[in-house]
Design a protein around this ligand. Structure first.
Ligand code: PLP
Length: 422
Protein backbone atom coordinates (compact mmCIF):
# COMPACT_ATOMS: atom_id res chain seq x y z
CA UNK A 1 0.00 0.00 0.00
CA UNK A 2 1.24 3.49 -0.79
CA UNK A 3 1.95 5.45 2.38
CA UNK A 4 1.02 9.09 2.07
CA UNK A 5 1.49 11.86 4.66
CA UNK A 6 -1.52 13.43 6.37
CA UNK A 7 -0.43 16.86 5.09
CA UNK A 8 0.09 18.17 1.60
CA UNK A 9 3.14 19.96 0.23
CA UNK A 10 1.08 23.15 -0.06
CA UNK A 11 0.06 22.97 3.62
CA UNK A 12 3.67 22.40 4.66
CA UNK A 13 4.92 25.30 2.54
CA UNK A 14 2.48 27.52 4.42
CA UNK A 15 3.47 26.11 7.83
CA UNK A 16 7.24 26.55 7.30
CA UNK A 17 6.72 30.29 6.71
CA UNK A 18 5.89 30.60 10.42
CA UNK A 19 7.63 27.52 11.79
CA UNK A 20 10.86 26.62 9.99
CA UNK A 21 11.91 22.96 9.86
CA UNK A 22 12.66 20.71 11.61
CA UNK A 23 9.51 19.98 13.60
CA UNK A 24 7.18 17.18 14.59
CA UNK A 25 3.65 17.69 13.32
CA UNK A 26 0.66 15.88 14.83
CA UNK A 27 -2.71 15.27 13.21
CA UNK A 28 -5.55 16.08 15.61
CA UNK A 29 -8.19 14.61 13.30
CA UNK A 30 -6.37 11.27 13.03
CA UNK A 31 -5.79 11.09 16.78
CA UNK A 32 -9.46 11.77 17.51
CA UNK A 33 -10.84 9.32 14.94
CA UNK A 34 -8.56 6.60 16.26
CA UNK A 35 -9.44 7.37 19.90
CA UNK A 36 -13.13 7.04 19.01
CA UNK A 37 -12.49 3.71 17.24
CA UNK A 38 -10.59 2.37 20.27
CA UNK A 39 -13.45 3.35 22.58
CA UNK A 40 -16.01 1.70 20.31
CA UNK A 41 -13.97 -1.48 19.93
CA UNK A 42 -14.15 -2.08 23.69
CA UNK A 43 -17.59 -0.57 24.35
CA UNK A 44 -18.92 -4.10 25.11
CA UNK A 45 -17.00 -3.82 28.40
CA UNK A 46 -18.64 -1.19 30.65
CA UNK A 47 -15.50 -0.59 32.74
CA UNK A 48 -13.13 -0.32 29.77
CA UNK A 49 -10.49 2.37 29.93
CA UNK A 50 -7.44 3.23 27.85
CA UNK A 51 -4.56 4.62 29.93
CA UNK A 52 -2.45 6.38 27.31
CA UNK A 53 1.24 5.54 27.77
CA UNK A 54 2.52 9.04 28.47
CA UNK A 55 6.09 8.18 27.46
CA UNK A 56 4.95 7.79 23.85
CA UNK A 57 3.98 11.46 23.48
CA UNK A 58 4.24 13.42 26.73
CA UNK A 59 2.59 16.61 25.55
CA UNK A 60 -0.17 18.23 27.63
CA UNK A 61 -2.14 19.27 24.54
CA UNK A 62 -2.29 15.65 23.38
CA UNK A 63 -3.12 14.33 26.87
CA UNK A 64 -5.96 16.88 27.06
CA UNK A 65 -7.44 15.45 23.87
CA UNK A 66 -7.43 11.93 25.35
CA UNK A 67 -8.99 13.25 28.54
CA UNK A 68 -12.08 14.20 26.52
CA UNK A 69 -12.58 10.52 25.68
CA UNK A 70 -12.40 9.50 29.33
CA UNK A 71 -8.94 8.00 28.90
CA UNK A 72 -6.34 7.99 31.66
CA UNK A 73 -2.55 8.13 31.78
CA UNK A 74 -0.03 5.35 32.18
CA UNK A 75 2.99 6.84 33.98
CA UNK A 76 6.35 5.45 35.03
CA UNK A 77 8.33 8.43 36.34
CA UNK A 78 8.13 11.53 38.52
CA UNK A 79 7.59 13.93 35.62
CA UNK A 80 4.97 11.74 33.96
CA UNK A 81 3.05 11.58 37.26
CA UNK A 82 3.39 15.34 37.70
CA UNK A 83 2.04 15.93 34.20
CA UNK A 84 -0.98 13.66 34.64
CA UNK A 85 -1.74 15.12 38.05
CA UNK A 86 -1.40 18.74 36.90
CA UNK A 87 -3.73 18.14 33.96
CA UNK A 88 -6.48 17.11 36.35
CA UNK A 89 -6.62 13.38 35.69
CA UNK A 90 -8.48 11.72 38.56
CA UNK A 91 -6.51 9.30 40.77
CA UNK A 92 -8.26 6.28 39.22
CA UNK A 93 -7.24 7.60 35.78
CA UNK A 94 -3.54 7.46 36.65
CA UNK A 95 -1.87 4.07 36.34
CA UNK A 96 1.65 3.88 37.72
CA UNK A 97 3.27 1.03 35.76
CA UNK A 98 6.88 1.56 36.80
CA UNK A 99 9.82 -0.79 37.30
CA UNK A 100 13.05 -0.54 39.33
CA UNK A 101 11.14 2.24 41.07
CA UNK A 102 12.95 4.80 43.25
CA UNK A 103 11.41 5.58 46.65
CA UNK A 104 10.64 9.17 45.62
CA UNK A 105 8.46 7.96 42.75
CA UNK A 106 6.43 5.58 44.90
CA UNK A 107 6.00 8.43 47.36
CA UNK A 108 4.58 10.70 44.67
CA UNK A 109 2.39 7.91 43.27
CA UNK A 110 0.98 7.38 46.73
CA UNK A 111 0.41 11.12 47.21
CA UNK A 112 -1.53 11.49 43.96
CA UNK A 113 -3.36 8.26 44.83
CA UNK A 114 -2.47 6.65 41.50
CA UNK A 115 -3.28 3.00 40.86
CA UNK A 116 0.03 1.29 41.64
CA UNK A 117 1.11 -1.58 39.42
CA UNK A 118 3.82 -3.56 41.25
CA UNK A 119 6.54 -4.86 38.94
CA UNK A 120 8.10 -7.09 41.59
CA UNK A 121 7.08 -8.88 44.78
CA UNK A 122 9.84 -7.10 46.76
CA UNK A 123 8.28 -3.75 45.87
CA UNK A 124 5.30 -4.49 48.11
CA UNK A 125 7.23 -4.04 51.37
CA UNK A 126 9.36 -1.30 49.79
CA UNK A 127 6.17 0.62 48.97
CA UNK A 128 4.63 -0.02 52.39
CA UNK A 129 7.66 1.52 54.12
CA UNK A 130 7.33 4.66 52.00
CA UNK A 131 3.57 5.07 51.84
CA UNK A 132 2.65 3.54 55.19
CA UNK A 133 -0.42 1.90 53.68
CA UNK A 134 -1.89 0.38 50.54
CA UNK A 135 -4.70 1.74 48.40
CA UNK A 136 -7.93 -0.27 48.15
CA UNK A 137 -7.04 -1.33 44.61
CA UNK A 138 -3.62 -2.65 43.64
CA UNK A 139 -2.25 -4.22 40.47
CA UNK A 140 0.59 -6.69 39.93
CA UNK A 141 2.57 -7.29 36.76
CA UNK A 142 2.90 -10.83 35.42
CA UNK A 143 5.71 -12.36 33.37
CA UNK A 144 4.95 -15.90 32.15
CA UNK A 145 8.60 -16.52 31.17
CA UNK A 146 9.63 -18.72 28.27
CA UNK A 147 8.78 -17.69 24.74
CA UNK A 148 5.45 -16.18 23.79
CA UNK A 149 3.73 -17.67 20.79
CA UNK A 150 0.57 -16.68 19.03
CA UNK A 151 -1.06 -18.25 15.99
CA UNK A 152 1.50 -16.92 13.52
CA UNK A 153 4.59 -17.96 15.43
CA UNK A 154 6.97 -16.91 18.20
CA UNK A 155 6.50 -13.27 19.08
CA UNK A 156 9.03 -12.56 21.79
CA UNK A 157 10.97 -13.88 24.72
CA UNK A 158 9.41 -12.84 28.07
CA UNK A 159 11.91 -15.14 29.82
CA UNK A 160 14.61 -12.61 28.90
CA UNK A 161 12.65 -9.53 29.95
CA UNK A 162 13.20 -7.65 33.21
CA UNK A 163 9.51 -6.99 33.82
CA UNK A 164 6.92 -8.60 36.02
CA UNK A 165 6.66 -11.47 38.50
CA UNK A 166 6.69 -15.22 38.06
CA UNK A 167 3.39 -17.01 38.52
CA UNK A 168 4.39 -18.27 41.98
CA UNK A 169 5.43 -14.76 43.03
CA UNK A 170 2.19 -13.30 41.70
CA UNK A 171 0.09 -15.71 43.81
CA UNK A 172 2.25 -14.94 46.85
CA UNK A 173 1.96 -11.18 46.19
CA UNK A 174 -1.84 -11.36 46.06
CA UNK A 175 -1.91 -13.31 49.32
CA UNK A 176 0.31 -10.73 51.05
CA UNK A 177 -1.72 -7.81 49.71
CA UNK A 178 -5.00 -9.46 50.69
CA UNK A 179 -3.69 -9.85 54.25
CA UNK A 180 -2.71 -6.17 54.20
CA UNK A 181 -6.34 -5.26 53.53
CA UNK A 182 -6.27 -4.60 49.78
CA UNK A 183 -9.82 -5.14 48.48
CA UNK A 184 -9.61 -5.12 44.68
CA UNK A 185 -6.92 -6.44 42.39
CA UNK A 186 -5.67 -5.93 38.88
CA UNK A 187 -3.39 -8.04 36.70
CA UNK A 188 -1.08 -6.49 34.12
CA UNK A 189 1.21 -7.95 31.49
CA UNK A 190 3.19 -6.57 28.55
CA UNK A 191 4.78 -9.35 26.55
CA UNK A 192 5.47 -8.13 23.02
CA UNK A 193 6.09 -4.70 21.51
CA UNK A 194 4.77 -3.35 18.19
CA UNK A 195 2.70 -6.39 17.23
CA UNK A 196 1.27 -6.04 13.73
CA UNK A 197 -1.42 -8.71 14.06
CA UNK A 198 -4.97 -8.69 15.40
CA UNK A 199 -4.20 -11.77 17.54
CA UNK A 200 -1.86 -10.35 20.18
CA UNK A 201 -4.38 -8.82 22.60
CA UNK A 202 -6.88 -11.70 22.30
CA UNK A 203 -4.13 -14.27 22.96
CA UNK A 204 -2.75 -12.28 25.90
CA UNK A 205 -6.30 -11.80 27.20
CA UNK A 206 -6.84 -15.58 27.29
CA UNK A 207 -3.62 -16.05 29.26
CA UNK A 208 -4.55 -13.36 31.78
CA UNK A 209 -8.24 -14.35 32.04
CA UNK A 210 -7.29 -17.95 32.89
CA UNK A 211 -4.81 -16.64 35.44
CA UNK A 212 -7.48 -14.38 36.95
CA UNK A 213 -9.87 -17.31 37.39
CA UNK A 214 -7.13 -19.31 39.12
CA UNK A 215 -6.28 -16.39 41.41
CA UNK A 216 -9.90 -15.88 42.35
CA UNK A 217 -10.40 -19.57 43.10
CA UNK A 218 -7.11 -20.25 44.86
CA UNK A 219 -6.42 -16.98 46.71
CA UNK A 220 -10.02 -15.81 47.02
CA UNK A 221 -9.41 -12.28 45.78
CA UNK A 222 -11.68 -10.00 43.79
CA UNK A 223 -10.15 -9.22 40.40
CA UNK A 224 -11.54 -5.87 39.37
CA UNK A 225 -9.50 -5.24 36.22
CA UNK A 226 -7.18 -6.84 33.71
CA UNK A 227 -4.69 -4.52 32.05
CA UNK A 228 -3.56 -5.66 28.61
CA UNK A 229 -0.94 -2.88 28.61
CA UNK A 230 0.67 -1.74 25.33
CA UNK A 231 2.20 -3.54 22.41
CA UNK A 232 -0.43 -2.99 19.72
CA UNK A 233 1.68 -2.00 16.75
CA UNK A 234 1.43 0.12 13.64
CA UNK A 235 2.36 -0.42 10.01
CA UNK A 236 5.67 1.44 9.74
CA UNK A 237 6.33 -0.27 6.40
CA UNK A 238 4.16 0.22 3.35
CA UNK A 239 3.80 -3.55 2.85
CA UNK A 240 2.34 -4.12 6.34
CA UNK A 241 -1.39 -4.39 7.00
CA UNK A 242 -2.44 -2.05 9.81
CA UNK A 243 -4.13 -3.60 12.85
CA UNK A 244 -7.92 -3.47 12.97
CA UNK A 245 -8.83 -2.37 16.48
CA UNK A 246 -12.44 -3.49 15.99
CA UNK A 247 -11.27 -7.07 15.33
CA UNK A 248 -8.88 -6.85 18.29
CA UNK A 249 -11.75 -5.72 20.55
CA UNK A 250 -13.95 -8.56 19.26
CA UNK A 251 -11.18 -11.10 19.90
CA UNK A 252 -10.83 -9.93 23.50
CA UNK A 253 -14.65 -9.99 23.87
CA UNK A 254 -14.77 -13.61 22.72
CA UNK A 255 -12.04 -14.62 25.21
CA UNK A 256 -13.97 -12.78 27.94
CA UNK A 257 -17.20 -14.64 27.12
CA UNK A 258 -15.34 -17.96 26.94
CA UNK A 259 -13.42 -17.66 30.21
CA UNK A 260 -14.48 -14.87 32.57
CA UNK A 261 -18.27 -14.82 32.18
CA UNK A 262 -18.70 -18.58 32.89
CA UNK A 263 -16.46 -18.19 35.98
CA UNK A 264 -18.87 -15.59 37.37
CA UNK A 265 -16.37 -12.83 36.64
CA UNK A 266 -18.46 -10.76 34.23
CA UNK A 267 -17.72 -7.59 36.23
CA UNK A 268 -14.01 -7.45 35.33
CA UNK A 269 -12.95 -4.23 33.59
CA UNK A 270 -10.55 -4.31 30.67
CA UNK A 271 -7.80 -1.70 30.64
CA UNK A 272 -5.26 -0.96 27.95
CA UNK A 273 -2.11 1.16 28.04
CA UNK A 274 -1.50 1.75 24.37
CA UNK A 275 1.01 4.34 23.29
CA UNK A 276 2.21 3.57 19.78
CA UNK A 277 -1.23 2.66 18.44
CA UNK A 278 -2.81 5.85 19.84
CA UNK A 279 -0.49 8.41 18.27
CA UNK A 280 2.25 6.73 16.20
CA UNK A 281 0.75 7.15 12.71
CA UNK A 282 -0.60 10.62 13.52
CA UNK A 283 2.77 12.31 13.79
CA UNK A 284 5.58 13.00 11.36
CA UNK A 285 8.96 14.70 11.42
CA UNK A 286 9.23 17.41 8.78
CA UNK A 287 12.75 18.25 7.68
CA UNK A 288 14.54 20.00 4.81
CA UNK A 289 17.30 18.60 2.60
CA UNK A 290 20.26 20.92 3.20
CA UNK A 291 23.24 19.03 1.77
CA UNK A 292 24.03 16.45 -0.86
CA UNK A 293 27.28 14.56 -0.51
CA UNK A 294 28.59 11.97 -2.97
CA UNK A 295 31.53 9.84 -1.81
CA UNK A 296 31.42 6.03 -1.72
CA UNK A 297 27.68 6.36 -1.20
CA UNK A 298 25.21 9.13 -1.88
CA UNK A 299 24.05 11.07 1.17
CA UNK A 300 21.31 13.60 1.63
CA UNK A 301 21.85 15.64 4.80
CA UNK A 302 18.73 17.03 6.42
CA UNK A 303 18.20 19.63 9.14
CA UNK A 304 16.78 17.10 11.62
CA UNK A 305 18.95 14.54 13.39
CA UNK A 306 18.65 11.59 15.78
CA UNK A 307 17.99 14.07 18.59
CA UNK A 308 14.54 14.54 17.01
CA UNK A 309 13.97 10.86 16.25
CA UNK A 310 16.17 8.21 17.76
CA UNK A 311 14.41 5.01 16.68
CA UNK A 312 16.40 4.42 13.46
CA UNK A 313 19.73 4.97 15.25
CA UNK A 314 18.71 2.98 18.30
CA UNK A 315 16.92 -0.03 16.79
CA UNK A 316 17.56 0.29 13.07
CA UNK A 317 13.82 1.01 12.93
CA UNK A 318 12.22 1.66 9.55
CA UNK A 319 10.49 5.00 9.09
CA UNK A 320 8.93 5.64 5.71
CA UNK A 321 10.02 8.84 3.96
CA UNK A 322 8.07 10.92 1.46
CA UNK A 323 9.79 13.60 -0.61
CA UNK A 324 7.03 16.18 -0.75
CA UNK A 325 5.75 16.98 -4.21
CA UNK A 326 7.50 13.92 -5.64
CA UNK A 327 5.00 11.32 -4.45
CA UNK A 328 4.37 10.10 -7.99
CA UNK A 329 7.95 10.21 -9.22
CA UNK A 330 9.90 7.04 -9.64
CA UNK A 331 12.11 5.96 -6.72
CA UNK A 332 15.23 5.59 -8.84
CA UNK A 333 17.90 7.11 -6.57
CA UNK A 334 19.67 5.25 -3.78
CA UNK A 335 20.33 7.40 -0.72
CA UNK A 336 21.32 7.42 2.91
CA UNK A 337 19.38 10.20 4.64
CA UNK A 338 21.53 11.59 7.44
CA UNK A 339 21.40 13.94 10.38
CA UNK A 340 24.33 16.02 11.62
CA UNK A 341 25.44 14.18 14.76
CA UNK A 342 29.07 13.08 14.97
CA UNK A 343 27.83 9.52 15.14
CA UNK A 344 27.61 7.37 12.04
CA UNK A 345 24.32 5.77 13.08
CA UNK A 346 22.59 9.16 12.73
CA UNK A 347 20.75 8.07 9.59
CA UNK A 348 17.00 8.20 9.08
CA UNK A 349 17.30 5.78 6.18
CA UNK A 350 20.06 3.58 4.78
CA UNK A 351 20.15 2.45 1.15
CA UNK A 352 16.64 3.79 0.52
CA UNK A 353 15.29 4.12 -3.02
CA UNK A 354 13.71 7.56 -3.31
CA UNK A 355 12.94 10.06 -6.04
CA UNK A 356 15.79 12.43 -6.91
CA UNK A 357 16.12 14.85 -3.98
CA UNK A 358 17.01 18.50 -4.55
CA UNK A 359 18.33 20.81 -1.87
CA UNK A 360 15.43 22.61 -0.24
CA UNK A 361 13.03 19.68 -0.71
CA UNK A 362 10.77 19.01 2.26
CA UNK A 363 10.98 15.45 3.54
CA UNK A 364 8.27 13.90 5.69
CA UNK A 365 9.49 11.12 7.96
CA UNK A 366 6.38 9.10 8.81
CA UNK A 367 5.00 7.61 12.02
CA UNK A 368 6.88 9.70 14.57
CA UNK A 369 3.80 10.32 16.74
CA UNK A 370 4.87 7.83 19.40
CA UNK A 371 8.32 7.24 20.90
CA UNK A 372 9.58 9.95 18.53
CA UNK A 373 10.11 13.36 20.10
CA UNK A 374 9.99 11.81 23.56
CA UNK A 375 12.89 9.43 22.99
CA UNK A 376 15.15 12.25 21.84
CA UNK A 377 18.29 13.22 23.65
CA UNK A 378 20.83 16.02 23.54
CA UNK A 379 23.95 14.40 22.11
CA UNK A 380 26.43 16.87 20.61
CA UNK A 381 24.49 19.48 22.53
CA UNK A 382 21.96 19.47 19.70
CA UNK A 383 18.64 20.95 20.69
CA UNK A 384 15.28 19.27 20.35
CA UNK A 385 12.90 20.61 17.73
CA UNK A 386 9.40 21.96 18.23
CA UNK A 387 6.05 20.18 18.18
CA UNK A 388 3.11 21.46 16.16
CA UNK A 389 -0.51 20.35 16.15
CA UNK A 390 -2.42 20.36 12.86
CA UNK A 391 -5.89 21.08 14.17
CA UNK A 392 -9.11 19.73 12.76
CA UNK A 393 -9.92 23.12 11.19
CA UNK A 394 -6.60 23.10 9.31
CA UNK A 395 -4.89 25.68 11.51
CA UNK A 396 -1.58 24.95 13.21
CA UNK A 397 -0.75 25.40 16.89
CA UNK A 398 2.70 25.41 18.45
CA UNK A 399 2.32 22.90 21.31
CA UNK A 400 5.96 22.85 22.38
CA UNK A 401 8.64 25.34 21.38
CA UNK A 402 12.07 24.22 20.27
CA UNK A 403 14.78 24.01 22.92
CA UNK A 404 17.13 26.95 23.18
CA UNK A 405 20.78 26.99 24.29
CA UNK A 406 19.51 28.50 27.53
CA UNK A 407 17.45 25.36 28.19
CA UNK A 408 20.48 23.22 27.47
CA UNK A 409 22.75 25.18 29.82
CA UNK A 410 20.10 25.63 32.53
CA UNK A 411 21.45 22.74 34.60
CA UNK A 412 24.79 24.58 34.95
CA UNK A 413 23.07 27.38 36.87
CA UNK A 414 25.39 26.86 39.86
CA UNK A 415 28.48 27.70 37.78
CA UNK A 416 27.62 31.20 36.52
CA UNK A 417 28.41 29.93 33.03
CA UNK A 418 25.32 31.63 31.60
CA UNK A 419 26.82 35.03 32.38
CA UNK A 420 29.63 34.48 29.91
CA UNK A 421 27.47 33.19 27.07
CA UNK A 422 27.21 35.19 23.92
C1 PLP B 1 5.85 1.52 26.87
C2 PLP B 1 4.73 0.98 27.66
C3 PLP B 1 3.43 1.01 27.16
C4 PLP B 1 3.08 1.47 25.77
O1 PLP B 1 3.63 0.64 24.81
P1 PLP B 1 3.25 0.80 23.27
O2 PLP B 1 4.08 -0.25 22.62
O3 PLP B 1 3.63 2.18 22.89
O4 PLP B 1 1.81 0.57 23.13
C5 PLP B 1 2.42 0.56 27.99
N1 PLP B 1 2.66 0.11 29.23
C6 PLP B 1 3.91 0.07 29.74
C7 PLP B 1 4.10 -0.40 31.14
C8 PLP B 1 4.97 0.50 28.98
O5 PLP B 1 6.21 0.44 29.48
Amino acid sequence: MKKLPFVTKEQLQEIVKTYPTPFHLYDEKGIRENAKAVKEAFSWNPGYREYFAVKALPNPFILKIFQEYGFGCDCASTTELMLADALGFEPDQIMFSSNDTPASEYKLASEVNAVVNFDDITHISFFEKIAGKFPETVCCRYNPGGVYEISNGIMDNPGDSKYGMTKAQLFQAFKILKNKGVKHFGIHSFLVSNTVTNDYYPTLARTLFELAVELKNEVGVHISFINLSGGVGIAYRPDQTPNDIRKIGEGVHKAYDDILTPAGMGDVSIYTEMGRFMTGPYGCLVTTAIHEKNIYKNYIGVDACAVDLMRPAMYGAYHHITVMGKEDQECDHLYDITGSLCENNDKFAIDRMLPKIDLGDLLVIHDTGAHGYSMGYNYNGKLKSKELLLKEDGSVQLIRRAETPKDYFATFDCFDILKNMR
